[in-house]
Design a protein around this ligand. Sequence first.
Ligand SMILES: [Zn+2]
Ligand SMILES: [Zn+2]
Length: 157
Amino acid sequence: MKINISKLDTGISEWEEIIEPAKLELSLDQFTSPIQIGFHVEKGVGKIRLNLSAFTTGLLICDRCGEDFQQQIFGRNTVFFVQREESLPDEMPGDETRSFLPGENNLDITVEILDAILLSIPMQNICTGGCKGLCIDCGVNLNQESCTCIHDSKEDD
Ligand SMILES: [Zn+2]
Ligand SMILES: [Zn+2]
């Protein structure tokens, strides 16, 4: 995904776009809903500050019970583009500061959008606050059924 900076006025521009997950090379197993992207761009002389937000729904796997669940995902990212005669040697998409060349009007921000989405997914995913998880002895999903295992018993024949 690219933004065309030559069409933007100097100063602040804001707009929204909706794009399909396939266009961002997101896993289609995990992302099926369109992604709403909010752009807030500040254009100066030889520099562009881009604040973007991304909102979508993803399919996550619960760390407790192992079931899939839908989770709303909202992430943000900021990147600062600076015009230079040539890119810095160690520069990578996803860096906080990136270069663009004189005459380069289309800035590729695919990685910035991916980072906004993927980095906002929590490390720990729980389907619901009350998820009971799996029984450590028999493995049943305790949200769906109960079992007769006794976890704190003594051997008392
Ligand atoms: Zn769960
Ligand atoms: Zn059990």
